[in-house]
Design a protein around this ligand. Structure first.
Ligand code: NAD
Length: 540
């Protein structure tokens, strides 16, 4: 137990329709401290009945509550209040996140700020939002009527969980949707801060609902629920495939942010010192449990040996230790199941490539999910450690001789999330970036985001892009409204046989001249109808 766990109540519950509740069947699961793998708290384990209750609360709030129809400015005020409340709990959040997920405390400290910024960003966006209007002079005016899509199902992973949740909650709520969040079962602690944050910020009842539990039960029930209008999912590509299929019967909108195996391509003309710092940070920060990690480093031959040597030397000095220690640079991996998976890749890598740093549990850390910063060099593109996402502090380094070879290596995997290009040749920087199969490319930098830009991957790394207005588009329906201003060409079906007769409707004596039935658009008078009918007949 620690100071962090003192911040939690005795067990973690769901939050449904503004009530903290246990599962309908009373089931719970144990949450594990990654530094000891001992259970430290229990968490309600949601099933279909709990999802039903949460979706019903969200549906009620969507159909009858004020949230979807509030003025953008009013909703933005609440979103700003949420951001302020998130910042107020920053110390508590950092402690919980670090304890629950094993993230080094110094890296967990930035999470509240990033989460708060997501809410402020989308608050600003909805106030500034414009929708399209098109005029066809004298004929039609056409505009987009933006409407929140409905009940949003949000399913999130365990790496930086609170920040990942905010990345979905902020645009969903900004758009006027109501939500059911299903956080990752490995790390439910920090999500338990959301109900208090939303209550203090004035989010109406039922707008936010939280159901904890496993993917195969709670997550699955959310995906298949007929009253959920969309699923925003972040997680593994394999899970994404299952969810994709399960969304089909109810035709849900889907956004999928999946795994990665992102290349950092370092040309000999790059600033190698900067590339070294950046690629070390890119793969070993956040314990290497980072979707956009630069986990494959491709280095041009003339600088390859020197780079490998310098990289391995720095990796050996990275401090692995307890997440709560402010000096720790790599903490404990999230869960023993995940640790075993990462360790199995290390054994595979030892057969496939040259281990130049790490590869073992650090001395003195006999329990918990600790692993040294691990570097494999001379990794062939066919190696499993080159192809498969490991999602831990493990990197592959591979040499290349030409731009073409570098591109083939960069693109030669199933994934396409991020890529990093290091060169001082500006033309090469652009052309190479354009040719890379990745949703996001950074030139001479690691992953520093501009929230206005698209976020998402291609190939097995995702489906659809969120970020900026794209997120609002995903959580909204954009209805086209077409309004007639003048004559609209309407083939006069059924009048062909008697071209000289006037319209039976217009000839009716009780009609007001020039008007159709109550509520319909003005119609031309009978004489015009006759002339127009004649003209059309001549054309047809
Ligand atoms: P995961 O796919 O195992 O689980 C993610 C979430 O899906 C969890 O909440 C889980 O309970 C739920 N889930 C599992 N099976 C489900 C099912 N059948 N139906 C509904 N929900 C289900 O992923 P993870 O191990 O938690 O996260 C790590 C993965 O996430 C890595 O692959 C990483 O690259 C990826 N990731 C991607 C991004 C991105 O933006 N592209 C960001 C963070 C993490």
């Amino acid at each position: 137990m620690s100071e962090a766990t003192d911040l939690l109540s005795d067990h973690i519950q769901h939050y449904i329709g503004a009530h903290h509740v246990d599962s309908a069947d009373g089931d719970t699961f144990d949450v594990i401290d990654p530094t000891t793998n001992a259970a430290y708290i229990s968490c309600a384990s949601g099933k279909a009945a709990d999802i039903d209750a949460a979706v019903a609360a969200a549906r009620e709030a969507f159909d009858h509550g004020p949230w979807p129809t509030m003025q953008p400015r009013e909703r933005a005020r609440v979103l700003y209040a949420i951001a302020d409340e998130v910042e107020k709990v920053h110390a508590k959040l950092a402690a919980l996140e670090s304890f629950d997920s094993g993230l080094p405390i110094r890296q967990a400290k930035g999470q509240a700020n990033r989460a708060a910024e997501n809410f402020r960003f989308f608050a600003d966006l909805i106030v500034a939002q414009r929708d399209e209007t098109y005029k066809m002079p004298g004929r039609q005016i056409n505009y987009v009527n933006r409407k929140p899509k409905g009940v949003a199902g949000l399913i999130t992973p365990w790496n930086t969980p609170f920040m990942q949740e905010s990345w979905k909650l902020a645009p969903a709520l900004a758009s006027g949707c109501t939500v059911v969040l299903k956080p990752a079962e490995f790390t439910p602690a920090s999500a338990s801060l959301w109900p208090g944050i939303f209550e203090r910020a004035g989010v109406p009842e039922g707008v936010f609902n939280l159901v904890n539990g496993f993917g195969e039960t709670a997550g699955d029930a959310l995906v298949k629920h007929p009253d959920v209008n969309l699923i925003s999912f972040t997680g593994e590509a394999a899970t994404g495939r299952v969810i994709f299929a399960n969304c089909a019967p109810t035709m849900k909108a889907m956004s999928m942010e999946l795994g990665g195996k992102s290349p950092a391509v370092i040309f000999a003309d790059a600033d190698v010192d900067q590339a070294l710092d950046s690629t070390l940070f890119g793969v070993f920060s956040l314990n290497g449990e980072r979707c956009t990690a630069s986990s494959r480093i491709l280095v041009e031959r003339p600088i390859y040996d020197r780079f490998v040597e310098a990289y391995a030397e720095r990796a050996r000095k990275i401090k692995v230790g307890p997440p709560s220690d402010p000096d720790t640079e790599i903490g404990a991996l999230v869960h023993p199941e995940h640790y075993d998976k990462v360790m199995s890749y290390i054994e595979i890598g030892k057969e496939e490539a040259r281990l130049v740093a790490g590869g073992s549990r650090p001395a003195g850390l006999e329990e918990g999910n600790y692993l040294e910063a691990t570097v494999f060099a001379d990794v062939a593109p066919t190696a499993r450690i080159f192809q498969e996402e490991i999602f831990g502090p493990v990197v592959c380094i591979t040499p290349f001789d030409t731009d073409e070879e570098a591109l083939a290596l960069a693109n030669g995997v199933d994934y396409g999330l991020a890529a990093y290009v290091w060169t001082s040749d500006v033309t090469r920087a652009h052309l190479f970036s354009h040719a890379i199969e990745a949703g996001m490319v950074w030139v001479n930098s690691h992953n520093v985001r501009d929230l206005r830009t698209p976020f998402g991957g291609v190939k097995a790394s995702g489906l659809g892009h969120e970020g900026g207005y794209r997120s609002l588009d995903f959580y909204s329906d954009q209805q086209a409204v077409h309004i007639r201003l003048g004559d609209v060409h309407t083939p006069a079906l059924g009048r062909r046989a008697t071209p000289t007769t006037t319209s039976a409707w217009a000839a009716r004596p009780h009609d007001h001249p020039g008007r159709g039935p109550a509520g319909s658009a003005p119609r031309p008078q009978a004489a015009h109808v006759h002339i127009h009918s004649q003209r059309r007949l001549n054309h047809e």
